[in-house]
Design a protein around this ligand. Structure first.
Ligand SMILES: [Zn+2]
Length: 245
């Protein structure tokens, strides 16, 4: 912000505080505490040096680190998955879905209406709905059993996505398929949640699992990734259908 001289923010700050010798003025005592702190950071004062921006700020914003969040953010985009599904996952990973607890925090719903739509009696957060709900989490068990892998569900939804994507190992085709399945699962779970909440309809968890099988088949079929064998074999043993089993 302080060094990008073509950027909007720099120009706004020049208009507000003035510029001297190519450097923004600090605004003197009339400037806000926030602005003076920012100046000290830029100038290396206050016990922080020039590294601070790159090592802390860029990490928080996701530009400079290899954190799990960055990894998960990359996994959201998949060439065989509809964009609306990736966007849902993107919002999910940033806790930007209108879950009941998020709405309650913003004062949109009354506090006692924030319970999980499954009837489990717990608060509906993102982590709860997609990972730890004692009802909905069974979907992950069904999918793992279908693929023939075992695993536990990490509590954190970001960790869950990354770990699930690599359950078959790091080979690109295998990771790509697991990534697609995770995206299919969260799409099906969110759709079910909305149907239960707004349409008063309900599927069993096994029916949700079949939806995941169907979505994954048709997404891959549309891209000619699933070659032979047909949908019945897909339901029985998907890995050989993809040539990765
Ligand atoms: Zn629940």
């Amino acid at each position: 912000m302080l060094v990008d001289r073509e950027g909007l923010w720099y120009r706004v700050l020049v208009a507000r505080y003035g510029e001297e010798g190519g450097v923004l003025k600090d605004g003197g005592r009339r400037a806000s505490g926030w602005w003076r702190d920012l100046q000290r950071v830029r100038d290396g004062g206050g016990g922080v040096d020039g590294e601070w921006f790159s090592s802390c700020v860029s990490k928080v914003l996701g530009n400079g680190g290899n954190s799990t969040v960055d990894e998960a953010s990359n996994l959201v985009w998949h060439k065989n998955v509809p964009l609306k599904v990736s966007i849902l996952a993107w919002r999910l990973l940033r806790n930007r879905l209108p879950t009941k607890i998020n709405l309650a925090v913003r004062g949109i719903m009354v506090q006692d209406a924030h319970l999980c739509v499954s009837g489990c009696g717990m608060v509906e957060t993102v982590q709860h709905l997609f990972v730890s709900c004692p009802i909905f989490r069974n979907l992950w068990q069904y999918v793992r059993a279908w693929i023939g892998v075992s695993g536990v569900d990490p509590f954190d939804v970001v960790d869950h996505f990354v770990q699930f994507s690599y359950l078959l190992g790091h080979a690109a085709k295998k990771r790509s398929f697991m990534q697609l399945l995770w995206l299919a699962c969260v799409w099906v779970l969110w759709t079910e949640r909305n149907n239960r909440q707004f349409n008063n309809t309900e599927n069993t968890i096994y029916q949700l699992f079949v939806q995941v099988q169907n979505h994954s088949f048709w997404w891959l079929k549309a891209a000619n990734v699933v070659h032979e064998l047909g949908v019945h074999n897909w339901f029985a043993c998907p890995l050989p259908c993809l040539g990765i089993g």
